[in-house]
Design a protein around this ligand. Structure first.
Ligand SMILES: Cc1cc2nc3c(=O)[nH]c(=O)nc-3n(C[C@H](O)[C@H](O)[C@H](O)COP(=O)(O)OP(=O)(O)OC[C@H]3O[C@@H](n4cnc5c(N)ncnc54)[C@H](O)[C@@H]3O)c2cc1C
Length: 330
């Protein structure tokens, strides 16, 4: 297993931002992962595990520990519509392979960047579909105890962009089993997947350096605001939440720029690196967004993107007390 020192993390994220990892390794099975944990313990280093890097913002200082990137992990067609996929598999590839095998259920997940492990942890979803509705069980390795465990779906505490694994970063997902519907026509399923990709292209910035939706859609109970959303969009709110992008647009921050970090013009819940942005610029921009949304609409936005390596205290302060930060004009 190859441990490398001082490896730039920016190259492994869709944001293309981030300083170096003190130590870095790529693993493709459980034994390599366990070796990584052993090495970190021996060197007294903290460990951070990720995979596709499509939901992560590393700090400009990087990570003063061991960063492990999970790759591959296998893909198996089992019986009666069940499949098993390794945590490092690309979710989109798994979705497409299922279509080709005539297994229905993942078509609308096609096009979501990142890995199976990342998608299970965050219960990734799009266009009315989500990962949780297909999961049967999840295998994890506990990096503190070294124990392996299989969680059944009803133990995973899935919710909107949430799972048990999000609350327990010591649980590293190794693989997941999914139940799909067999007997589908591969060409029909593949055309739904391609149509989904086309819808994504129309809705989201595609070639931008970003990490997808920066904030989770907030719960909004203010009926006046909900009515305004209906009027503006011609759509019913999904449950008690309103789209974070719509909320950000209401406070006039579409296009707001700090250095090379920008609130996307096309989709205001995307923070885009327009070229050479620093994590500091992104953090400053999101502080402004959160503060303005809270001041003007009394809504507290919460990050969906994982902020890594900012140092607990500094990041917490910036996130919780943005009013202590200077406010720049648009
Ligand atoms: C252009 C774009 C569009 C997007 N569209 C969508 C969308 O439509 N719907 C949606 O839900 N998301 C979307 N995203 C966000 C992102 O693709 C998902 O959150 C994805 O599931 C993250 O997977 P990843 O492997 O890249 O995670 P990473 O960025 O590698 O990691 C994210 C978090 O998951 C943890 N993690 C990763 N692998 C594991 C593992 N094996 N075990 C335990 N924890 C792990 C990491 O520690 C980190 O905290 C989009 C992102 C981009 C860039």
């Amino acid at each position: 297993m190859n441990f490398r020192s001082n490896v730039s993390l920016a190259q492994y994220t869709t944001f293309k931002i981030g300083g170096p990892a003190k130590l870095f390794a790529e693993v493709s099975d459980m034994s390599e992962l366990a070796l990584g944990f052993e090495r970190a313990a021996a060197d007294h280093l903290p460990v951070y595990v990720f995979s596709g890097g499509s939901n992560t913002l590393f700090s400009d200082q990087g990570f003063q520990g061991l960063v492990i990137r999970i790759l591959d992990g296998g893909f198996h067609l089992l019986e009666n519509g069940r499949i098993s996929a390794g945590a490092g598999q690309s979710l989109s590839k798994v979705a497409f392979d299922c279509c080709e095998a005539g297994l229905a259920g993942m078509e609308r997940l096609f096009g979501i960047p990142g890995s199976v492990g990342g998608a299970v942890r965050g219960n990734a979803g799009a266009f009315g579909a989500d990962v949780a509705s297909l999961v049967m069980s999840v295998k994890v390795l506990n990096k503190r105890t070294g124990m392996m465990k299989e969680y059944k779906k009803d133990e995973c505490d899935f919710g909107y962009r949430h799972s048990l694994f999000k609350d327990h970063p010591e649980l590293v997902i190794l693989s997941a089993e999914f139940l799909l519907k067999p007997g589908g026509d591969p060409s029909v399923l593949k055309s739904v997947a391609k149509e989904t990709q086309a819808m994504r292209e129309a809705k989201h910035p595609q070639d931008a350096f970003c990490a997808g939706s920066f904030f989770m859609n907030p719960v909004v109970t203010d009926e006046h605001l909900r009515e305004e959303f209906r009027h503006d969009s011609g759509k019913e709110p999904k449950g008690d939440r309103l789209p974070a992008g719509w909320v950000i647009d209401q406070v006039g921050l579409r296009g707001k720029t700090i250095g090379n970090a920008k609130v996307s013009e096309q989709h205001p819940n995307y923070i885009v690196n327009t070229g050479g942005a620093t994590a500091e610029e992104v953090l400053t921009l999101i502080s402004i967004v959160k503060q303005r949304v809270r001041d003007e609409l009394d809504i507290q936005l919460q990050e969906e993107v994982q902020l890594v390596g900012f140092g607990h205290e500094a990041a917490k302060k910036k996130r919780e007390k943005p009013e202590e930060w200077p406010v720049w004009d648009k």
